[in-house]
Design a protein around this ligand. Sequence first.
Ligand SMILES: Cc1ncc(COP(=O)(O)O)c(C=O)c1O
Length: 403
Amino acid sequence: MLQGRERGGGATFQQSIMSYRIPFNRPCLAGNEYKYIAEAIANGHASGDGPFTRKCHELLEKELEIPRVLLTTSCTHALEMAALMLDCGPEDEVIVPSFTFVSTANAFALRGARLVFADIRPDTLNLDESRLESLITPRTKAIVVVHYAGVSCEMDSILAISSRHGVRVVEDNAHGLFARYKGKYTGTFGCLSTQSFHETKNFTCGEGGALVVNDVDLVERALVIREKGTNRSRFFRGEIDKYTWVDLGSSYLPSDLLAAFLFAQLEERKTIQEKRRRVWNRYCESLADWAESNDVKLPVIPWECEQAYHMFCMLLPSVGHRNSLISHLKAQSILSVFHYTPLHLSEAGQKFAARPSNCPVTEEISERLLRLPFYNDLSESEQDHVTAAVTNFQLNLLRRQAS
Ligand SMILES: Cc1ncc(COP(=O)(O)O)c(C=O)c1O
C-alpha cells in the first residue's frame, strides 16, 4: 500500500504514481524557476551560499522576522543539525510525537539520544500537550513538536511546560511554513525550527530544507556545523585569515541552483498559498454533508491557528472503510494515500525508545487517516472528479451490508 510520502522504488513505481488521472501530488512551477536557474549558472556560483541562497535567506528572515535562516539540503538534515546543536547524546531523552515522519525521531537517535514517544490529540493530530508533562524526566533534553498538516500545536501550553522544566523546544515545521499561532508564525517559537522544501511541500526545490535559528546565541555554531565543522564563514567574513576544523559538522549546504528554483517559489508565496487555500476550502465545502452522514471527520482548525494549507486529510470510521475508499478512488484513477505508521511500533522506534510507549490515539488514527490529492494546480474539474468519487462512496451502505 502506498503511504503519504511516496519515494524510491525505481522507474516503474514512479511511472505508476504519475499514471493516475489525478495523482496524489504534482510538483508545480511558480514561473521564474528556469530563468533563475539560468541566472545561477551564469553567476558561476553553483555551490552553496551563492546569490540565490542569500536571497532566500533574506526573504525568509524578513517575512518571518527571525534572526537567522540557513538553507539546508533537507528538513532531515536541518533536524540532524538541531540534534548536534543541542549536544544530544546517550544520556539524554528527547520527546517526539509518534505520529510523524521518521526524520523527526531519527535525527536525535543518530546522536545516541533515547526517544520518548508522545501521543497526539484526536482533533488536530498534534502532540497532546495535556500529556506532555508526564513524559518529562531529569534526562529530558528537548521536546520536538510537529505542526501536523501546517496547523499549529498548542504552543502556549508547550512553552509553559518546557520553560517550567528548562527543556528546549525544537519545531519540525516541515508542513507549516507561513502558518500562524495567535498571529505569530510557526517555526518561530522554539530555539530552533526546521523547514522542508521536498517536492511534496507547498514550496519546493525538489529536495531541500532550512534551519531556522531563533536563539541568536546558536547562530555561530549553526554556521560551523553546516560547513563541515569548520569556521569557514568567519573566514568569508574576513575575521580570520584561514579556516580550520573546530567542531562536529557535515555538508548541509544546498547548491545555489536549487536555491534559485526555491527563490522562484518563495517569491510567489501569496499566489501559491491562495491557490492551496482555495483547493482546501472547496474540499471542505463539497465533502461536509457526506462526511456528516457517514461519520467521517474532516480537519479541525482551532481558532488560534491560521493553517498553512499543506494537505487535506480525513478520518474514516475504520481501517476497513479507509482501505475500501482508497481502492474505490484508485479504480477511478485517483491516487489517495495514508501516512504515518506509528513510530513507537516500528522496529527502530522500539530499539531507540527510552521506555515502552503508550500512544493509543496515534495507533487508532493512523489506521483511519486518508489524504486526498492536493497540489497548487489541482483544477476545479479535477477536484470535482475527486469529490464526486468520494461522495459516491457510501460508507453507511457498506456498514449495513456488513451487518
Ligand atoms: C513532519 C516531517 N518532518 C520531516 C520531514 C523530512 O523532510 P525532508 O524530505 O525535507 O528531509 C518530513 C517529510 O515529509 C515531514 O513530513
